[in-house]
Design a protein around this ligand. Sequence first.
Ligand code: ADP
Ligand code: MG
Length: 892
Amino acid sequence: MASNGYRNGILKGSVKVEKLSPSSNPKPSSIKSKTTSTQVSSVRRSSPASLGGVGSGVKGDSGVPGRVRVAVRLRPRNAEEQVADADFADCVELQPELKRLKLRKNNWDSDTYEFDEVLTEFASQKRVYEVVAKPVVESVLDGYNGTVMAYGQTGTGKTFTLGRLGEEDTAARGIMVRSMEDILADICPETDSISVSYLQLYMETIQDLLDPTNDNIPIVEDPKTGDVSVPGATLVEIRNQHSFVELLRLGEAHRFAANTKLNTESSRSHAILMVHVKRCVKGSEAALSIENGNGSHMSKNFRPPLVRKGKLVVVDLAGSERIDKSGSEGHTLEEAKSINLSLSALGKCINALAENSPHVPVRDSKLTRLLRDSFGGTARTSLIVTIGPSPRHRGETTSTIMFGQRAMKVENMVKIKEEFDYKSLSRRLDIQLDKLIAEHERQQKAFQDELERITIEAQNHISEVERNYAEALENEQSRYQKDYKESIKKLEEQWMLNQQKLNSDRARVEVKQEPLDMGLAVAELQKSLQNEINLRKAAEEEVNSLKSQLVQWRRSEAVGNAEVLKLRKLLEDEEHQKEKLEEEIAGLRSQLLQLSFEADETRRSLDRGGSGKILTGLDSLMSQVRNSQIKDSGNGQKAPIVNLFEQVGLQKILSLLESEDSDVRIHAVKVVANLAAEEANQEKIVQAGGLTSLLMLLKSSEDEMIRRVAAGAIANLAMNETNQELIMDQGGISLLSMTAADADDPQTLRMVAGAIANLCGNDKLQITLRGEGGIKALLGMVRCGHPDVLAQVARGIANFAKCESRASSQGTKAGRSLLIDDGALPWIVQNANNEASPIRRHIELALCHLAQHGHDQWGCPMGAGTHIPRLLARGHKDSCKSDFNFKSHIPS
Ligand code: ADP
Ligand code: MG
């Protein structure tokens, strides 16, 4: 209940005055008297007759000493005692004015005990309340814990003193009711609150008298402060006296019911009323309190409200008489122990505290735990011990008095229960914070608006200043320019004047030199100005001329490019011309050779006695050739050659075909070819062995040109039916086929194809021609793709087809077309729509003949079957009758 420490140096409370003689003046010890008087003087509201106590001025954490006050109350004799003890004196004699009690041992001996208050059997309930409980109640209202406890034998008036409701007799109201009346009268209902719990402790079990189902409530101790509480107990808020009285009545009823149920007597249980008073400390009182220690560092705004939480505990103890351990009351020994446990533990604790013992067995019972603060703690405690007058209970009365005497030695350290209400501070701060946030937002917005306004203003100002500055600058400039012009003008005038003056001076007086500084300076300035102007002009001209040069250069570049192209073209033309001329030169050279040859021959024959007629003829031929060559290089060759042939003789020309000189050979074959173009010459050429010679050339000549011209000559000869047979007999078709296979030059191929095409037109030669590969050779030449060659191929095919169709219609030949057998049809079909009209016409003709040859002929590859009827439908039947011959003209 109390640590050892706080007792050190503390003044002892009451001193037991044992065995005071009745005659002696029972003066309290000086120490005790002093203490009591000090404490009584500090009580604010209690009457001077009260137990006294520590005033409300008590501050600080450590508290101040406050001894447990003990009063003794004697119950009047009850009816039974008045009868039974009629012949006996009371066992006690009270001296209330001396606050002493005399306990009679026998008729002649007694012990005297001093108490804080001695209340006789006549003491009113009001007086008992005022001296025992009121100081405690006032302390509770000031924020202290307080305890009022009644101890005594059953039936001595504990409940009478504490718990009487006094409904039928107001004067009978007990301490509980009166305490609540005082509390309710003192508090402020708006800010303060009262709440109540009502408990019963029996056999170490705490029961809730306000809620009987709550019958085993635990005691909770705060590990930090050691404060004890019963949070499990029902806590009822009290608003008025009536509700409190109802609550007490309800508690009493529950106590009665519980005891009936448990088969116990109420005298065996402890009743504990707890009144919690929470008060808000206001104004100067709070400020004073804060100044004295609590939160002096806090500013006014952040100061939490100060609250005082006082707790009044009123304890109606079980009867103090000992239970008969034999179990006469129907209890087992164990039960008896348990029933007495709390009360005996309380006695032990009080003994320990009274004797300043190092160990106080607070934890031995629930009662001592609950009353930890009441004895040896921080509470203001008043104990009333009740006794009866009957000498028959002297033993119990004595032990009660001794308990009271020991309790008087217990020193508490009363301490105000004051704390800051941080929850309400937090609520208040939250509200303030929200207000501040809103205000801050508003201010921020206003600040931004202001900032924007200032920015715009500043920008306007800047632009105005800039405008002004520009204007001023312009004005200044124009002013300076004006000044400058004026001063120049003045200088010029001055200069003129000076000049005039100078001239006149010079004229008048022959003064050699009178330099006028000003004039000279101006002249110099003008000169340099002029120089500058000239230089600038020159530079500008330079730039302009460079620009025009650039334009010109670009133009001439384009012209040059065009010129280059033109020149290139010209060069090509020239080269072409040159080639042509070279050819002509070669032709003329061969002619010259022939002529010189002939001239030799003529000379020789003249030598042998020939006429001079030929010479004349040759001369005229020569001149004719010459003239014609000058007049017309294109057509002026044929006539001289024909004449040549007549005059020089075919044999001579043919012999030149075998000349060593290749140029001679070429010209000879060209001459022969041209001769062969004339039908009249053909027979003579063949008779003179020309055909054989030509075929030989075709066979043996390495020169492509020779072979080409020879083929041309053969083609010309092949126009004649008799010659055709001769050509065939001499293996001409094979030679032509060979040439066709070897040659690449389109002109050569044209000649060869022309020759074969002519041969194709001969009915008798069909089989041989085809047999010797003529058709294949003809078709082979289409590879060259030259339209002239293709035209000859087409003509040959048409000729062949014509003969085949003729043979078929005459019945001399039947069966399949050799042309088709040799694979001519695909090409025919392919070129049926050839762009070149000669090709197209010959192909149409061929198709016409093939169609006449008979429909059974069609092998119909490549879809030809669809083409032929369509082509036939075009009506080319007229052309079927036409015959074509190839006549080649070979330029010399
Ligand atoms: P306890 O609670 O100590 O057992 P009670 O309070 O029940 O005793 O009192 C027993 C009886 O004595 C009751 O009938 C009660 O009215 C009566 N009584 C007690 N004290 C007084 C008193 N001071 N004046 C008149 N009657 C009293
Ligand atoms: Mg009682």
